[in-house]
Design a protein around this ligand. Structure first.
Ligand code: GDP
Ligand code: MG
Length: 162
């Protein structure tokens, strides 16, 4: 059985973009509007020294209002089957209250979490990542999924964490 890696994060941070790069498929729906990917999606990443099953946790509707509850539910669903959770954050938006909610749910679950700080294209990577260290989930890995930057380092960190 393949180890399972879940991509978690609020809508529009780039989870599906990262999913597509890692699995090299167009199966995940990537859209300019948040919340378009409504179902969790599975794909296999074979790019690194160990293959793993990647889960793109979509399913968050932009029309839903109860963000804390949703964040917890999404994180819980991913956590149940995940060996490692990749928590995707948006360097352009910075740390939001919703990110903190997801962070708390992840910490409670006690799973191994990697912070992927996405959309760092055009930004200082160190400054962009530093903001998220206050979540207490470790150092953020700077990423620009749509530019295929930092994805190899993230993939290697995932395999190391398995
Ligand atoms: P999801 O809702 O978390 O699955 O996010 P998506 O993968 O659908 O991406 C949301 C938007 O962010 C899309 O317009 C993407 O093209 C854009 N995006 C994703 N990764 C990056 C990135 O590294 N840099 C920039 N500037 N935009 C990105
Ligand atoms: Mg998506």
């Amino acid at each position: 059985t393949l180890p399972v890696v879940a991509l978690v994060g609020r809508p529009n941070v780039g989870k599906s973009t990262l999913f597509n790069v890692l699995t090299r498929t167009r199966d995940a729906i990537v859209a300019d509007r948040p919340g378009v990917t409504r179902d969790r999606h599975h794909g296999v990443c074979r790019t690194f020294s160990r293959p793993f099953l990647l889960v793109d946790t979509g399913g968050l509707s932009e029309f839903e209002q109860e963000l804390p509850k949703l964040a917890a539910r999404q994180a819980e669903a991913a956590i149940v089957e995940a060996d490692v959770v990749v928590f995707v954050l948006d360097a352009r938006d910075g740390l939001t209250p919703y990110d903190r909610q997801i962070s708390q749910a992840l910490r409670r679950a006690g799973k191994r979490v990697l912070l992927a700080v996405n959309k760092t294209d055009g930004l200082d990577e160190d400054i962009a990542s530093a903001e998220f260290s206050e979540l207490g989930l470790g150092e953020g890995l700077a990423l620009a999924a749509s530019h295929n930057r930092g994805v190899t380092s993230l993939g290697e960190a995932i395999v190391d964490a398995l």
